[in-house]
Ligand binder design. Sequence first.
Ligand SMILES: NC(=O)c1ccc[n+]([C@@H]2O[C@H](COP(=O)([O-])OP(=O)(O)OC[C@H]3O[C@@H](n4cnc5c(N)ncnc54)[C@H](O)[C@@H]3O)[C@@H](O)[C@H]2O)c1
Length: 369
Amino acid sequence: MSTPKPLSGDDSIKTWLEHPVGGPILRDLLAQAGQDADVMRPVQRLAIKRLIKLSKGQFSQEMVDELVARAAAGDVPAGTTVNGSTDAAGTTEPASAGAEASAAAASPAAAAVEVPEWVERLDQGRFAGKTVIVTGAGSGIGRATASRVAREGGRVIAVDVSQERLDEFAGEHAGADIVTLVADITDDAKVAEIVAAAGDRIDGLANIAGIMDDMTPIGELTDAVWQRVFSVNVDGTMKLMRAVVPVMVAQGIGSIVNTASEAALRGSAAGVAYTASKHAVVGLTKSTAFMYGPSGLRVNAVAPGPTITNIEAKFASPLGAERVQLAMTILPDAAEAEALAASITFLLSDDGVNINGVVLASDGGWSAA
Ligand SMILES: NC(=O)c1ccc[n+]([C@@H]2O[C@H](COP(=O)([O-])OP(=O)(O)OC[C@H]3O[C@@H](n4cnc5c(N)ncnc54)[C@H](O)[C@@H]3O)[C@@H](O)[C@H]2O)c1
């Protein structure tokens, strides 16, 4: 019997779950929290230590240390076995091997090799001398994008409705060139303030602030949900674009990246309000790219797939829940916000020089399914 590889906090959740010792220990911990290992599927490729940040305190460094120590000591819970040998409780079913077998049967390609974890690599100075407005900079994809622009030398006008989130963001980037501005992008006076804060030059606009709907189909849609979702996702995006375009045209250069969604590409990813709003974002993007391409502007959109952020989605409709959850069965692993920031900053930066009017799916291939 070969000795299984020692586990650490840097090993992926998938590696842990498939490990003959680590698997039963992790499953036991999840069971104690009333969870099944299936909840880990969307994040299975991440190193287990990443759960500390993602779980917002539910999973601690001490818990990782304890898992690693228990795995090293072979401290599997009673009732499970290691490599098929019978344990003290007398059972013979190896929990992890069983899970491995069923995973392999369901997805032979996925079980074959461990996909290495993606590591962000900064392109130092890519945004040096550039001023970039980032909305939604307090959380999720906007925060990761604002962070990346700042760490690559740009001056960031970080916009969000939440003072607390912006303060936290700025606190994490001491020494970076960041102006924080509490503003609701649906408010014209605030949009004017954002543009004024940027000053004479605006090289980039990352329109990232956005909200979800409640998954209602048209037959159950309320005016309140429609108006709220359109006001942030469409009106807010439009207002910022309208405000920066004259500055960019005067400069003869500028890059705008809007945030669409998988819901801009298909009808099965959200309710009707969010889906229609994100299709509208694509229209705003393409029209502006076409109109102002000759003036030196590039206007593109990203369509994120599932991404680990603070965005809230509730299911207010049984029909919406049933239909959307059906489509979610082919959902890829959730990405971290930094992976979306990599796509957005690529389009924002001069690396996107020849790209105008595209909707870049950044979704792990979901849109190809
Ligand atoms: N997370 C996903 O899986 C996913 C998938 C597809 C598309 N998106 C899109 O990505 C964008 C970012 O979402 P996220 O997932 O990072 O969400 P998030 O909730 O983590 O962050 C959004 C931020 O925008 C801010 N915001 C909301 N309304 C605002 C307003 N009116 N003015 C200014 N700021 C406002 C919020 O305070 C929040 O800090 C959204 O446009 C969303 O539709 C997200």
